[in-house]
Each structure stands twice: as C-alpha cells, then as structure tokens.
Design a protein around this ligand. Structure first.
Ligand code: EPS
Length: 387
C-alpha cells in the first residue's frame, strides 16, 4: 500500500511530503518532478505569488544514486515567499501580535468553519493550510507516482474543457498528438477560439475583482483491465479516483466517463459494447461512456475523469461577511490570490489520479522491488492474453 502525507503552510518555510510504499529500484529524476511543479505554476489568471515562487524539489530521503530504496521518500519544496512572512509565521510565542489578526472570513473559503472548528480567532491559522499552495506537495508526490506508472506504460493527460462558461469544442481523439499544443496553451485548451474567449473572460474577471472556475478532464492511457474490485464498497477504484480528485481544493463535482450525461441516455446507448481483437489478444470497446471503469474495475479502456472547479472564493471585490471579533457586517478580507486556476487544478488532479493508480498497481501486483512488481505485472498480462 502506498500512502502519503503533506505538511506545511502557504507562507511557512517550506512544504513537506512523505511518500511511503514504493518499491525499491524505481528511477527518480528530479528534473521530471520539477517540470511537473512548473506545469502546476502555469496558467493564465494566476496571481502575484507565482511570480515569486519557482518551485523545485529537494529529495531528503528514500532515494540513493538515482533509485528508490524502498524506504519513505521525503520531498521538500521551499516557499520563497516565507522570507516576506517569517515574522507573521513565527513559531515563537513571543512573536504573537494580536493587531495582525485577520478576522473577516471569506465566504466559500475554509476560513469560518475552520475558525469555529479549531477555535482560532485569527483566520491566518486556517487559510495558511487551506491554501491551494499545498497542492505543490501533491504534484511532487504525484510526479513520483507518474514515474512508477511509466514503468507499466501508463500515461496521464489533462486539458481544460470550460472556463467561466466558455466551452471548448474538442474531442479526445489525437490527444497524444496534440498534447504539446495543450501544454503550451495558457489555459490548457486546444480550441484556439475558445482559448481567446477564456482569456478575455479572465481579463474581465480581473478587472472586476472577480474570479472564474471551470471544468477539466483527466485521461489515463494504457491502463490494464483488472485494477480495483467490485467485491467490496471500499475496493471500487472509481470511488477512490473520485475522492482523490474531489480532495483538490475548490473541486465541487467529479464525473467518470459520460458522467451526468448518462442520465439522459437509454440503457442500450449508455453501455460500451464488447469486441475482441484476436491479433492483440484483447477485448476492446468502440465507445467509452464508462470512462474505463465497470463495477469499480478498470476494463482496459482509457480512464476518463472530469471535474468542476468552483471560482476561487478570494475576491478583490469582496462579498459581505461578518467580522468574527465585532460581529458586525463587513466586507470579507482581501487577500492576494488567483483570478483563475483551472489549468493548474487539472495538473493537480493528474497527480492525485497518479497516486491512486500507483496504489492500485501496488495492491494488485505487490512486491518490494520494481523487479518483483514488474514480473508479477507481466505474468498477469500473459494470463489475460491466454484468457
Ligand atoms: C497558490 C498560492 C497562493 C494563491 C493560491 C494558489 O499564494 P498566495 O496566497 O501567497 O497568493 O496564489 O491560493 C488559492 C487560490 C487559495 O485559495 O488559497 C499556489 O501555490 O497554487
């Protein structure tokens, strides 16, 4: 079993993560992790923070001479902005300064429920951890999981479908061929007309002190059939994938395959008929409404997940709130943030999906070294071909 934890505040010294359960012998390339971190930092509509940070990972344990040792990996990402905030973020009680408290919670953020739950008068204690800055750690962990998945030919892609009501018209065919264009798009969108409109919409939101959300899709290719299981509720892989994507800040909905559109289809239209390719000795489908999952088990088709990110709740033109100190109606705190982070969010979702799939592979094939896992994996592939 894999597991990971993250620690760190948005403006603390650093972000930390520990990833445990990877087999030994997996090649780790720091440049790959850093490239994934850079992908997360990009996107039109990001705020001032991304000009300060240049995220890069330090691997503090679990890797020796370029390969995992099987012991927990710890990954550190420094917060460059800590230097501007170290007094505010001090761990010393002598540095406490009540005049620096911020007390006007932003509707939609973790501020108010977090203050009530943790009995905090200063919402900084909540916002520092609730900040989407934490997702840099997840991308670091997810990129290690991606390296693991690559050993089995599994690749993860993502793109933006909609921002602020502007829908892109794109199909998933030729995704790999077109991927460099998606990667180079400031909104991770292949549809040039929609891209221009999305950018205009983001500009408009910035001008009005507003924010925008949107939807994105994560697609996983070269997945084998048989990950996850129907036999128990807590073994269904689609539930883990949904939970992992839902755990990304600001996500309010997740769909697998055709998702909510299935409600309007008849049973005969909504399923993916089964075919067999004797040359490749494998079953396949011509459609993928199921998004690669049937009964909580991968069926060998691409895993397709869509999600909606709500507009970021930190507004430069803030909504009404209550000052928790005075109980008077006020405008919510104005705190530096992003106007739109949907493109970044899709990269974070990729990382979460990578983690869940790496875990599913480890669960099915076990093993303490990459050699052992690979042998088990190959035997299973042989078994499915001789089925
Ligand atoms: C983010 C860092 C944050 C925000 C944003 C994402 O930095 P700062 O708070 O210093 O501006 O830009 O966070 C949020 C959208 C949020 O709701 O907290 C990052 O690294 O992705």
């Amino acid at each position: 079993m894999l597991r990971f934890l993250t620690a760190g505040e948005s403006h603390g010294k650093c972000l930390m993560s520990i990833l445990e359960g990877l087999p030994s012998g997996l090649g780790i390339k720091k440049e790959f992790i850093n490239n994934e971190l850079a992908r997360r930092q990009r996107g039109y509509g990001r705020g001032g923070r991304m000009k300060i940070e240049n995220d890069s990972v330090s691997i503090l344990s679990g890797v020796r001479w370029g390969k995992t040792t099987g012991s927990p990996m710890s990954l550190e990402i420094k917060n460059r902005d800590w230097i501007n905030n170290h007094a505010l973020m001090s761990i010393e009680s002598a540095d406490q300064n009540k005049s620096l408290y911020i007390t006007k919670p932003r509707p939609g953020h973790a501020d108010l429920p977090g203050m009530l739950k943790y009995d905090m008068e200063d919402l900084r204690n909540i916002k520092e951890r609730a900040s989407a800055r934490e997702t840099a750690s997840r991308v670091a962990v997810g990129s290690v999981c991606k390296l693991f998945l690559m050993e089995f030919g599994i690749k993860i892609f993502s793109y933006v479908k909609e921002i602020g009501g502007i829908k892109a018209s794109i199909t998933d065919s030729d995704l790999e061929k077109n991927y460099s264009k998606i990667e180079n798009s400031p909104v991770r969108c292949l549809d040039q007309v929609a891209q221009k409109k999305m950018i205009d919409e983001i500009d408009k939101a910035v001008k009005n002190g507003n924010t925008l959300g949107g939807t994105f899709k994560v697609i996983v290719k070269n997945v084998i059939p048989g990950l996850g299981s129907h036999i128990q509720w807590d073994k269904r892989l689609d539930s883990f994938l949904s939970a992992a994507v839902m755990s990304v800040p600001a996500i309010k909905g997740v769909e697998i395959g055709a998702g909510f559109a299935l409600s309007g289809m008849t049973g005969s239209k909504a399923q993916d008929e089964i075919f067999y390719n004797p040359k490749e000795q494998r079953f396949y489908r011509k459609t993928n409404f199921a998004g690669g999952l049937e009964g909580g088990i991968t069926n060998g088709e691409d895993i397709v997940i869509s999600a909606v990110m709500k507009p970021i709740p930190t507004l430069m033109n803030p909504l009404s709130s209550i000052d928790v100190k005075t109980k008077k109606t006020v405008k919510a705190e104005i705190i530096r943030s992003d106007a739109c982070a949907v493109p970044a969010c899709s990269v974070v979702a990729e990382a979460m999906v990578a983690y869940v799939l790496a875990n599913a592979i480890m669960e099915k094939f076990g093993g303490d070294s990459i050699r052992e896992v690979t042998v088990n994996y190959k035997n299973y592939i042989k078994q499915t071909k001789n089925f």
